[in-house]
Design a protein around this ligand. Structure first.
Ligand code: GUN
Length: 283
């Protein structure tokens, strides 16, 4: 049997390329007196959130954005948080606004997200933006799905007419990425925890997007030759190792494309946040 090389799609490299493009556009905007601005609000001490927020702050610096980061104590009331969002909604220096999730238990996450002006919702979490995506109107696309589409296109494989299987139906990844693949003219199936014949569904897929949240859940025997596999999983094992939803080892020697974890989808997400903030500033 002929041995193939599994082709890895380098998300770190693509993210860097996109950031350089954004940086150049920001320089042109600055010459016209526009500086894209992002505000990030973090409530509480969640360790992972602190890292994400720091990385968003660093990304802003890198591409030349104006940024404000609010690190609020765990004890912050919902009313105080809503007041801050209201103020930032009206702040002309701020083109993108997000509250890092999860928020502490005493705060209603939905109320917080809904308080954000849809025109500044660079996470693409609001019903206005998800609805626009559904009916094909201009919208902020959620960052991780947007990164997935960019990564698929990097392979040079045409999406039109292909069979895409999305595993996972979250509002942040599964549902929006399915809509975006549909917009790219793929034939899309959404699978989830209640799907009865997952392996059979996956074996029909030219494009797989795995957003399950279970380490090494998808294995090589479920993937057909030539498939492009996008692994959105970010699963932290007990030994501290980060793994995806796809078992990379079981795909070695196969004629497939795969985004590695780490270094695939992960680096793209914050870069797409920068892209959305840039788009907001130029609207
Ligand atoms: N928490 C984990 N990922 C995200 C994200 O993309 N946006 C926000 N606001 N919170 C998160």
């Amino acid at each position: 049997m002929q041995k193939f090389m599994l082709k890895l799609i380098d998300g770190k490299q693509l993210a860097q390329k996109r950031r350089e493009e954004i940086k150049r556009t920001v320089e042109q905007l600055k010459a016209k007196g526009i500086v894209p601005g992002l505000a990030v609000v973090l409530v509480g001490e969640d360790a992972a959130s602190q890292i994400y927020v720091r990385n968003k702050e660093k990304a802003c610096e890198e591409v030349g954005f104006y940024s404000e980061v609010y690190r609020l104590p765990e004890s912050t009331s919902q009313e105080e948080l809503l007041q801050l969002i209201k103020r930032l909604n009206h702040d002309e220096k701020i083109h993108g606004l997000l509250v890092q999730l999860p928020v502490p238990a005493h705060i209603d996450e939905k109320a917080v997200i809904h308080a954000i002006d849809a025109r500044k919702d660079v996470d693409g979490f609001l019903p206005e933006n998800l609805g626009s995506l559904l009916i094909g109107e201009p919208a902020f696309e959620p960052c991780t799905p947007k990164g997935c589409i960019d990564l698929i296109k990097q392979t040079g494989i045409e999406i039109t007419g292909k069979k895409a299987v999305v595993v996972g139906r979250s509002n942040i990844v599964g549902k929006p990425v399915a809509m975006m693949l549909l917009r790219e003219n793929a034939t899309v199936t959404i699978c989830h925890s209640k799907t009865k014949n997952l392996k059979e569904e996956l074996l029909t897929a030219d494009i797989v997007v795995a957003a399950v949240g279970k380490s090494n859940f998808i294995t090589g025997d479920m993937i057909k030759d030539g498939a492009v596999v996008i692994d959105v999983g970010m699963n932290r094992l007990e030994n501290g190792k980060l793994t995806g939803d796809v078992d990379q080892a079981s795909l070695e020697g196969r004629d497939c494309w795969l985004t590695p974890v780490p270094g695939g989808v992960g680096p793209m997400t914050i870069t797409m946040l920068m892209q959305n903030t840039l788009e907001s500033a130029t609207r």
